[in-house]
Design a protein around this ligand. Structure first.
Ligand code: ZN
Length: 266
């Protein structure tokens, strides 16, 4: 089977095991079915901006041309630094976009992979965000009416928790042993009263299982910025990574907008 087109970040469904779909050109390819098959990706030396579609020599901020990176609302400063979001003050790159992405309910969460991390996302992005990060377990700590307050809580809790996932540890399948409920209670205790009010009573712990045959002992990151072809037997999918030959890992999200030919054989 052959597919060709610009790839985008995989979408996913939380079932017993996560079901992944890879958007490639106009097609949406269910990718779990290719586990144990030989897949090869050929980079066709073209990147199209995921916002405006124009060709760009280089990808900025995981998929944008330089113009969109500096102007498009989806590449706003508050995407990476939510506490700096000013949409609640009426300041944003695009008021309509901000209404739908910043001025909507957000959650602050703790997620566990090889480490425990703090993060925020729009409420509608649960559990997608957790799956994208390769988390094995996650719990909602707080729910807020907008991005700015969630970002402020996250910033506060970054004194106690990292906001980064260790991607190597995550891909090796290391899962830190921790009592998430106890951590949530601790996290809420750390918060000053004006932020503590957003802590939720919902203490559900979401467990996420990824389609991985066997976790690699070591991982090597492959990128189309350095090589034209990435190929091997697909041995697993976790986060936004495809694991090939139980060693080489390809971060799909990093290659948002790259024009690729994908070949699958038995
Ligand atoms: Zn663009």
């Amino acid at each position: 089977m052959k597919y060709q087109g610009n790839i985008k970040k995989m979408t996913c469904d939380l079932s017993d095991t996560v079901e992944y779909v890879l958007p490639i050109g106009g097609e949406r390819v269910s990718i779990n079915q290719f586990i144990d098959k030989k897949v090869s990706f050929n980079y066709l030396h073209q990147i199209n901006c995921i916002a405006c579609g124009k060709k760009t020599n280089k990808s900025f901020g995981q998929g944008f041309c330089y113009t969109c990176f500096t102007q498009a609302p989806e590449a706003s400063e508050c995407v990476l630094q939510p506490d700096k979001c000013q949409a609640h003050l009426g300041i944003s790159r695009d008021a309509e976009w901000a209404k739908q992405h910043c001025l909507v309910p957000h959650v602050v969460y703790l997620a566990v992979s090889s480490n425990i991390k703090i993060g925020i996302t729009r409420k509608t992005q649960v559990p997608t965000r957790w799956i994208d990060q390769g988390a094995s377990f996650a719990i909602i700590v707080a729910e807020t009416p907008n991005r700015h307050i969630a970002g402020t809580i996250e910033k506060f809790l970054m004194q106690h928790y990292t906001d980064k996932t260790s991607w190597q540890g995550m891909l090796k399948g290391n899962v830190m042993e921790t009592d998430l409920l106890a951590e949530k209670e601790k996290a809420c205790q750390y918060l000053p009263a004006e932020l503590k009010q957003y802590c939720t009573a919902d203490n559900k712990i979401t467990e996420i299982n990824f389609p991985v045959n066997q976790f690699p002992a070591k991982v090597k990151s492959a990128t189309f910025d350095k090589t034209d072809k990435v190929a091997g037997t697909l041995t697993g999918i976790k986060g936004q990574y495809l694991i090939l030959d139980n060693t080489n890992v390809l971060n799909i999200r990093r290659h948002n907008g790259y024009l690729i030919e994908m070949d699958v054989t038995d």
